[in-house]
Design a protein around this ligand. Structure first.
Ligand code: BGC
Length: 384
């Protein structure tokens, strides 16, 4: 990323209104430029451990940001990519669903992977596979996209049906979380992504009525489960039964809106995360994080900003956006995390030795920057 076109740091301060707008536009261009011909969004083009792979989680949030910014075709090409992957695995999904429904669920290793090669394969590299959240998030993003553009889900209905079956049959299984850790737990952010996705497609008229009913019943069960076991001190907890705070639960507040920001749980979650994980605008994943030393993640700063925006606090939202902007390098590339406030500095080198320097650019960081920039009016929706 040394393309002079992206030298955004000459000229205005990156944190001025003009600088923020410029970085948001650059982010859209960067994602368009790096989106694969297949529709896949690379997590990071350069980072050793992510190169060549696309995650449903990252990708769905990236597609949502591109959709919100007016890059409709880019988002749709990603949804087509998701749909192809799911349809190609139809037999596997049918097997997972029928085994789950007969009380004999398949082992984790037979569930869908978390990330895929651009061609849609599993890839050769070992990964912390079996994570459910991305399949919910893609449902949410595609439904949100059709709502935004006043169209319907027909183009993706076959893949949506498979996903709804997959999630309604398996939502309660423990799996790895957003951070690809703690596979033995049921994570609140994972549940929130699933419920938001099921709600979003079920309230869209393109689904068959039986499937709609299944989706709504499951999302209601998920809400009940979270209310009973997924709260601690009134805020969303890291996993069912845990008292810890995790910034991935910000997504349940905004943009997913499962526990809206003006409500008690949404408000308490923003407050708890602000109190324990937000340092000057830079948000940590969770207090015990040691990945690359446990730094601050600009994408999480933007999630918190989306929460503030949903509360009507534009100034705080803008502060979050500015903090994220300041993590960009001289080419405008946003990293996965920065090490200016580390939770465990003794762990940084171990990760650098293993995987090299922190991922930069990370497309998900750019996406959340775009999404918040649109929300606070720093980026006007681009002409389609
Ligand atoms: C993060 C995941 C993310 C992946 C690709 C991992 O380090 O924990 O949340 O999906 O990187 O960006």
């Amino acid at each position: 990323m040394t393309d002079a076109k992206y030298d955004v740091h000459t000229g205005s301060d990156i944190r001025d209104a003009a600088g923020l707008t410029q970085l948001a536009k650059l982010s859209v261009e960067l994602i368009l430029r790096l989106q694969d011909g297949t529709g896949a969004y690379p997590a990071s083009p350069t980072f050793s451990a992510y190169r060549g792979y696309c995650w449903f989680r990252d990708g769905a949030f990236i597609a949502d940001a591109m959709s919100a910014a007016g890059a409709r075709d880019s988002a749709e090409r990603f949804f087509d990519w998701c749909a192809r992957i799911l349809i190609d695995r139809e037999a596997q999904i049918h097997d997972i669903v029928s085994q789950a429904r007969s009380g004999n669920p398949v082992p984790d290793a037979n569930m869908l992977p978390t990330r895929f090669t651009f061609a849609g394969g599993d890839g050769e590299d070992e990964w912390w596979d079996f994570q459910l959240d991305g399949f919910g998030t893609w449902l949410w993003a595609v439904a949100e996209h059709t709502r935004r553009y006043d169209t319907d889900l027909t183009r993706w209905s076959e893949a949506i049906t498979l996903t709804v079956d997959y999630l309604t049959s398996s939502w309660h299984r423990p799996c790895f979380d957003w951070w690809e850790e703690n596979a033995d737990q049921v994570h609140v952010s994972t549940l929130a992504c699933i419920a938001a996705g099921l709600d979003a497609v079920a309230t869209n008229d393109s689904l068959d009525s039986e499937l709609q009913r299944d989706a709504l019943q499951t999302s209601a069960s998920i809400r009940t489960t979270i209310l009973k076991q997924g709260l601690s001190g009134g805020h969303l907890a890291k996993w069912l039964g845990s008292a810890a705070v995790d910034a991935s639960t910000l997504s349940a507040v905004a943009p997913l809106g499962l526990f809206p920001a003006p409500g008690d749980i949404g408000g308490a979650t923003l407050e708890a995360i602000d109190r324990s994980l937000n340092v000057d605008g830079g948000v940590h994943r969770y207090l015990a994080d040691t990945f690359f030393g446990g730094g601050q993640w600009p994408l999480l700063s933007c999630f918190l900003g989306l929460g503030y925006a949903a509360q009507g606090d534009r100034n705080r939202a803008l502060h979050q956006l500015s903090w994220a902007a300041a993590t960009s390098d001289s080419t405008g590339a946003l990293p996965e995390q920065v090490g200016q406030h580390l939770l465990d500095a003794s762990m940084t080198q171990e990760w650098v030795d293993r995987w090299g320097p922190v991922a930069q650019p990370l497309l998900w960081s750019h996406a959340m920057f775009i999404r918040l920039a649109v929300e606070v009016g720093v980026l006007e929706v681009l002409p389609a």
